[in-house]
Design a protein around this ligand. Structure first.
Ligand SMILES: Nc1ncnc2c1ncn2[C@@H]1O[C@H](COP(=O)(O)OP(=O)(O)OP(=O)(O)O)[C@@H](O)[C@H]1O
Length: 231
C-alpha cells in the first residue's frame, strides 16, 4: 500500500534522508521511531507530497506520489500531531465538509455512523470542535479517513499529549482500521504504544533506517534497549 524506494532528501549540504526503503502492506501498522531530527517527519511529508525528495520514489498503491499526486491523495488520509479542523463547526459539519472535498456526499445518518465508529461519543457529534479535546479531534480525523475510504492512514506523533485512556481508545481504533485491510504509517516517540499497536517497527538514525522489525519479534523492554543503543 505504501512504499519508499531509496528515498533521499538534502537541504543544501545536509543530507537528512540517506536512502530509505520501506513498505507498509495492507493490514500493517508501521511505527517509525527515532530521535528528534532523525528524519521521520521528512519521510512522512514526502509520502504526503508536502515535500519533494531529492531522489528516490514513494508509491501509494503503486501510484507514484510525485508524478500523480492528485490520484495518490485519494488513497491517503493524514492525521497531523495537531488536528486542525474548523473550530466553529461541529464534528459532523467538519466531516461533511472534508468528505465532500474528497468527492463523497453522505447522509446525516452515514456521517454520524462514521463518527461513532471512530469512537466519538454521540453527545459530541453536534458540538463545536473548539470544545473538543485532542483525542476527540483525532477521532474526527479518523472518521474523515474512513469516510474517504482511504487505504492508507499516515500520522505524525498521534499519541503525544493523549492521556492513557485516550491512547488506549486510539489504539483500538487504529487496530480496527488496519483489520479492515488498510495500511497505517506513523511516526512516534511512544515505544510502548509502538509495540502495542504496531505490526512493524522502524528505527531511524540521522536519515537512515537502521532497524526494521516485526513487533512479534520484540517486547517493549528489548525495544527500548535496542532503541537506546541505536540512536
Ligand atoms: N525545511 C528545512 N530546511 C532545512 N532543514 C530541515 C528542514 N526540514 C527539516 N530539516 C532537517 O531535517 C532533519 C530531519 O527532520 P525531521 O523533522 O524529519 O525529523 P524527525 O525525526 O521528524 O524529528 P522530530 O522527532 O523532532 O519530529 C533535521 O535535521 C531537520 O533540522
Amino acid at each position: 500500500m505504501l512504499r519508499a524506494e531509496q528515498l533521499k532528501k538534502s537541504y543544501k549540504e545536509q543530507e537528512v534522508l540517506k536512502g530509505i526503503d520501506l513498505q507498509v502492506k495492507a493490514g500493517e501498522v508501521y511505527c517509525l521511531l527515532g530521535a528528534n531530527g532523525a528524519g521521520k517527519s521528512t519521510t512522512i511529508n514526502i509520502f504526503l507530497n508536502f515535500k519533494r525528495p531529492s531522489s528516490g520514489k514513494v508509491y501509494v498503491k503503486d501510484i507514484d506520489v510525485n508524478l500523480r499526486p492528485q490520484e495518490a491523495r485519494k488513497h491517503m488520509a493524514y492525521i497531523p500531531e495537531v488536528v486542525m479542523l474548523y473550530p466553529s463547526l461541529s464534528g459532523l459539519e467538519n466531516l461533511n465538509f472534508f468528505s465532500q472535498l474528497a468527492g463523497y456526499s453522505y447522509s446525516k445518518t452515514e456521517l454520524e455512523q462514521f463518527l461513532l465508529s471512530a469512537g466519538l461519543q454521540q453527545g459530541a457529534i453536534y458540538k463545536r470542535m473548539e470544545s473538543y479535546s485532542k483525542g476527540m479531534r483525532q477521532k474526527v480525523g479518523i472518521a474523515i479517513a474512513i469516510s474517504k475510504n482511504a487505504g492508507a492512514l499516515i500520522m505524525d506523533e498521534p499519541t503525544s499529549g493523549l492521556d492513557p485512556k485516550a491512547t488506549n481508545e486510539f489504539t483500538e481504533i487504529v487496530r480496527s482500521f488496519s483489520a479492515q485491510g488498510r495500511a497505517v504509517l506513523m511516526a512516534t516517540h511512544d515505544l510502548f504504544n509502538a509495540v502495542n499497536i504496531g505490526t512493524h517497527i522502524g528505527i531511524m538514525r540521522r536519515g537512515e533506517l537502521v532497524h526494521s522489525l516485526k513487533t512479534t519479534e520484540i517486547n517493549a523492554r528489548d525495544l527500548q534497549k535496542l532503541y537506546l543503543e541505536t540512536i
